[in-house]
Design a protein around this ligand. Sequence first.
Ligand code: ADP
Length: 163
Amino acid sequence: MKISVCPGSFDPVTYGHIDIIQRASEIFDHVYVAVLQNRGKTACFTTSERLEMLKDCVKHLTNVSVESFDGLVVDYAREKGALAIVRGLRAVTDFEYEFKLAAMNRNLAPEIETVFMMTSSQYSFLSSSAVKEVASFGGDVSQWVAPAVAERLYAKYKIARKG
Ligand code: ADP
């Protein structure tokens, strides 16, 4: 059984994330999406909110599970018996950070491969932080996140939208 782990903050989940998870689910027998808690970043949504939104967005993918994890991704991957960590790449700017992270993880766990998937072109500029910024000003985020996620964003920023 080929297992992979898709780790991230998912604060909140976007269609860019779902695209990567879906594509990973077509390659691997099982995909564990890991919502990481111990990030330097201050999260907009709590871990349980992020988990709920993600679970809802991937419920159509039968070989995908969503869990939260507090610790090193390589430890989580080992615990799950994963052979790979899947990460998405948007632009050259992602590369340096991902390159360092993959090198670090390879040192920690040489048996686990990091697999990069190129973003689908329509999501190449999409990030959770950009979505949060647009939503905080009441802008339309419907092309980037699921309706339930958009609702939660507007509620978080106390934005009342018509329709
Ligand atoms: P992190 O804080 O670990 O970067 P994110 O939630 O921002 O977590 O992202 C999780 C993963 O999803 C990362 O591999 C990131 O590169 C990828 N990702 C995020 N947005 C997109 C997108 N629009 N297209 C492709 N991959 C993406």
